[in-house]
Design a protein around this ligand. Structure first.
Ligand SMILES: C/C(=C\Cc1cc(O)c2ccccc2c1O)CCC[C@H](C)CCC[C@H](C)CCCC(C)C
Ligand SMILES: C[S@@+](CC[C@H](N)C(=O)[O-])C[C@H]1O[C@@H](n2cnc3c(N)ncnc32)[C@H](O)[C@@H]1O
Length: 249
């Protein structure tokens, strides 16, 4: 069952797409993406929400976001995030960016991965998400967390120079930006040649049965749980955002 996808996009040219189902809940996709072939990809959008509406949505859910992720995925999202970090290729001493970092799960893992000789930057446009992230950093103060920097900014206009990072991660971020192509172009711009961006997200399934199960779970489990926190509409958005997202192939 395709629930969560890890999309490893490498700036090294790869001509074949590879698919590997890992357990029940994740799928690894390696897209044949390179700077010269980006224009061949087409993204289509249904309902387009503007950036400020999304910013407000993520700020509203910030206080309960982490707890609901643990609850709704039965803790599975922590495993998917470890896989995303591993596939980014980040190593000791690297300079790494986590785009749409939210409350910082991926960034804390990256911080340990690159160690105190490295540097990790988490970028998000929601002040509330960033403040959750920095209070988590204060709560669990590991020595390596000194290598962390939080930046309030836009994934569509990254405030970094070209060829700056050794690796990039984006967890449940690409699906939520209003211009996916621009977000990927910006990430490619700031990546060093030969480096990777690892994108973790829920893909749109090509199987009607899987889509029906996904949507049934969102309607009957995810939204009812979120409505207990007054966030039904915010979590209902998951369904349309997955519908409008990429499929694997
Ligand atoms: C990792 C999770 C959610 C991240 C997340 C991503 C978004 O884009 C959002 C947008 C708006 C609001 C919230 C979010 C958001 O929280 C948690 C996982 C939630 C999944 C929808 C449910 C996952 C289903 C289980 C893996 C399937 C378990 C199957 C079992 C047979 C019951
Ligand atoms: C579903 S959360 C994912 C958070 C985190 N990466 C994780 O894996 O838990 C999506 C995040 O993307 C951020 N986001 C969406 N569009 C953005 C943009 N254009 N620029 C910066 N952040 C954005 C939201 O504020 C939110 O924190």
């Amino acid at each position: 069952m395709e629930w969560s996808s890890l999309v490893r996009v490498s700036t090294e040219e790869t001509d074949r797409a590879r698919r590997e189902v890992r357990g029940m809940a994740s799928l690894q996709l390696c897209l044949p993406f390179s700077s010269t072939r980006r224009s061949q990809f087409r993204f289509s959008y249904g309902r387009v929400q503007c950036s400020s509406e999304r910013q407000e949505l993520f700020s509203r859910i910030a206080p309960v976001y982490d707890n609901l992720n643990d609850l709704l995925s039965f803790g599975q999202h922590r495993i998917w995030k470890r896989m995303a970090v591993s596939w980014s290729g980040a190593k000791t001493g690297d300079n790494v960016l986590d785009v749409c970092c939210g409350s910082g799960d991926l960034l804390f893992l990256l911080s340990e991965q690159v160690g105190s000789q490295g540097k990790v930057i988490g970028l998000d446009f929601s002040k509330n998400q960033l403040s959750m992230a920095s209070s988590r950093q204060d709560l669990v103060s590991k020595a390596c967390y000194k290598n962390i920097e939080w930046v309030e900014g836009d994934a569509l206009d990254l405030p970094f120079s070209d060829c700056f990072f050794d690796a990039i991660t984006m967890g449940y971020g690409l699906r939520n930006v209003v211009d996916k192509r621009k977000a990927l172009e910006e990430s490619f711009r700031v990546l060093k040649p030969g480096s990777r961006i690892s994108v973790l997200d829920f893909n749109k399934s090509t199987q009607p049965f899987t889509t029906a199960i996904q949507e049934w779970m969102i309607d009957n489990v995810v939204v009812p749980v979120a409505s207990g926190y007054g966030l039904a509409e915010e979590y209902q958005y998951l369904k349309s955002s997955i519908r409008e997202f990429l499929t694997g192939w």
